[in-house]
Design a protein around this ligand. Structure first.
Ligand code: 7RM
Length: 635
């Protein structure tokens, strides 16, 4: 039996039991066997959720890039570490070997040093999905600088807020980026942002689109000539286990974005461990996660987790729609991808298109399919299972958060029997709890509750940058001695978890707790429906009533809308019961989404209750224009 690579359900239960009976021994064994340490730890774990304070592997010394790169050189030097697939299908893919990655990271690290970056300094990275993004992340880690990657779809204002919050003095960006048919002038967004960031003195610019851009003398420098002159050897900075590795901002329901701080050793151990088990990666596999490195999914499961396992990790620069809706499937065929990890929102968008886009390609290399980011509805799950996995690939519905650093609840493929819409079982070392209205743990099965984690795990965030009090208030104040996730969950008769959505998405109708996800699932079963979102609005009798925003497929557009409304409520009645029927159904062309594809229910809720002048900041939305359409056609 191996703690690090679980292969049967039986083994899962054994490993799980061990991990909760003696967590310290469990993680110590994994840490000892699978990583390179410069000095051993004194304590495996010290914790106190009332502060909160959590320390894993205290006293240990290491560098995460030695674990992700150097130690693979002897056995995997010529293996592809990063497989880069450009936006333009006619541009050649790049196979960056571990040997080459070692040199490029070291050169980049030496450039950062030469620019005055020191251990503990914050470095803002604002780059598209090109190899330099992964390389600059690793270069920071090499010298002990704290990276703060900002997703390159964010606006100048959002970028400036993040730069100032963690006081980054240097920004790494590019002259532009390609996405589908568009080129985006990233550098001018940075220029705009930097009018509001007095402390940034230094901008390093990667050339990607070879455009003639404005370079501010004394501040902006092209990266290529600096890299050319830099040595390809850079001794790793030896870090303490609990030294910060990176900051990553996540937006809360209120207030400015929270800079979640992740530290070195625990994050490394857990992302490596969870990558191996969640994807069942074996040596010659090609693994592809479609997320952007600007999100936690990209940090943990494009960069650190895969590289710590010596894997080949594919990075895709482009969009799923370019040159057409077949691009994902074309890439899977071209690079014989074995594990594919994407978001339900992408699956739903792809499922709306003609199946010919899928059927043109040979997807037989696939072994594991993953989803992350939001609940996957039953219809999308089956579409993914039938058409992409051909019913032969387990689907791992992985639940986790920026704050958790790694996958928390997910099937282990080929071990855990899957169940559509269920994230199933906790990973070893993860101790979930469901809480009732009074803050007490519910021990029974077949119950709904608020999802907490009652024991620390190695990759949990340690604080919010510059605001430990907010960290406590947000996550540790609602349930004493528990980390509160903000999500609701249902636990079925065998102990499988189904994430029902953010707890603030729970709507109480006539005294019944209704999660938005199951209702949306039911609606999405209607053949004319592409996507939907439910919110509550006050109702004299029921307390709350339900307002549904529904996107129709083409076949729906031509049909009588009143009939469609009746049919949708009929489906809801069949799936959940008449209690969950919608009072209002508004058909719309789009739903307001965050840049990571999550529906912004907050905005929909405000519109449903008629608080249109008080929508808050909608500038960070992916598609702010849909808000106007929704307001105009409000019922
Ligand atoms: C990895 C990531 C976190 C929130 C989380 C949930 C929702 C994520 C699932 C999910 C249902 C899933 N980080 N969420 N995964 N809900 N099933 N498999 O997404 O910080 O950006 O978001 O996303 O509400 O709290 S995140």
């Amino acid at each position: 039996m191996s703690n690090f690579h679980i292969k049967h359900l039986e083994e899962y239960y054994q490993v799980y039991r061990k991990s909760v009976t003696n967590p310290e021994a469990f993680w110590e064994e994994i840490a000892e066997e699978h990583f390179l340490w410069r000095k051993r730890w004194n304590n495996v774990l010290k914790w106190d959720f009332s502060k909160p304070e959590v320390k894993w592997f205290e006293g240990a010394k290491l560098n995460i890039t030695e674990n992700c790169i150097d130690r693979h050189l002897l056995t995997r030097g010529e293996k592809t570490a990063i497989l880069f697939e450009p936006n333009d299908p006619n541009e050649k893919a790049q196979h960056i070997t571990y040997n080459e990655l070692y040199k490029r990271v070291n050169k980049f690290a030496n450039v950062l040093k030469q620019q005055g970056v020191k251990k503990g300094d914050r470095v803002c990275i604002y780059l598209p999905m090109i190899p330099e993004l992964a390389i600059s992340v690793l270069a920071c880690a090499r010298i002990g600088a704290i990276h703060s990657v900002v997703f390159a779809g964010f606006s100048a204002t959002a970028l400036a807020t993040r730069i100032n919050d963690s006081d980054c003095r240097i920004v790494i960006t590019s002259d532009g980026s390609y996405r589908g048919k568009k080129t985006i002038d990233l550098k001018s967004i940075v220029d705009d942002a930097l009018t509001e960031t007095p402390n940034v003195k230094n901008v390093l610019v990667v050339k990607r689109i070879k455009s003639d851009i404005h370079m501010k003398t004394g501040r902006d420098k092209w990266l290529a000539p600096l890299l050319d002159e830099a040595s390809d050897i850079c001794e790793p900075e030896i870090m303490d286990a609990e030294d910060p590795l990176f900051i990553l901002y996540t937006s809360g329901s209120t207030g400015k974005p929270k800079g979640m701080v992740h530290t070195t050793a625990g994050y490394m151990v857990y992302t490596a461990f969870s990558f191996k088990n969640a994807f069942q990666y074996t040596e010659n596999d090609v693994y592809w996660c479609t997320a952007d490195i600007g999100w936690i999914t990209g940090h943990s499961y494009i960069v650190y987790g895969p590289l710590a396992n010596g894997a080949t990790t594919l990075m895709f620069e482009g969009a799923p729609t370019y040159p057409d809706w077949g691009r994902f499937w074309e890439i899977i065929q071209k690079h014989k991808v074995n594990q594919f990890y994407t978001a339900p929102t992408a699956i739903r968008a792809l499922a709306k298109e003609n199946l010919d886009f899928v059927e043109k390609y040979d997807l037989s290399s696939l072994k594991v399919l993953g989803t992350v980011g939001e609940p996957i509805n039953e219809e999308a799950w089956h579409w993914y299972n039938d058409n992409i996995g051909k019913k032969k690939c387990p689907i791992i519905d992985t639940w986790w958060q920026t704050e958790t650093g790694g996958i928390m609840i997910s099937p282990i493929p080929y071990a855990t029997p899957t169940k559509p819409t269920y994230a199933t079982l906790p990973f070893p070392g993860i101790q979930p709890a469901l809480m009732d209205e009074n803050g007490n743990e519910i021990k029974e099965n077949q119950v709904n509750g608020k999802l907490c984690i009652k024991f620390p795990w190695p990759s949990m965030a340690r604080t919010i940058w510059g605001n430990h009090q907010r960290y406590y208030d947000t996550y540790f104040s609602a349930f004493k001695n528990n980390y509160f996730t903000g999500d609701g969950a249902f636990r079925d008769e065998v102990g499988y978890y189904r994430i029902t959505g953010r707890v603030d998405d729970v709507i109480i109708v006539s005294g019944h707790n209704l999660g938005t996800a199951p209702i949306e699932d039911a609606i999405n079963e209607h053949p004319a429906v592409a996507e939907s979102a439910i919110v509550g609005f006050p109702h004299d009798i029921k307390g709350n009533a339900l307002y549904g925003y529904v996107i129709l497929k083409e076949i729906g557009e031509s049909r009588n809308h009143d009939n469609l409304r009746k049919e949708i409520n009929q489906i809801i009645t069949e799936h959940i019961g008449p209690i969950a029927k919608l009072d209002k159904i508004q058909f719309t062309k789009g739903l307001p989404k965050t840049r990571s594809g999550k529906i912004m229910r907050r905005i929909l809720r405000k519109i449903a209750v008629g608080e249109m002048d008080n929508l808050g900041d909608i500038s960070t939305l992916l598609n702010p224009e849909v808000v106007e359409e929704i307001i105009l056609k409000r019922l």
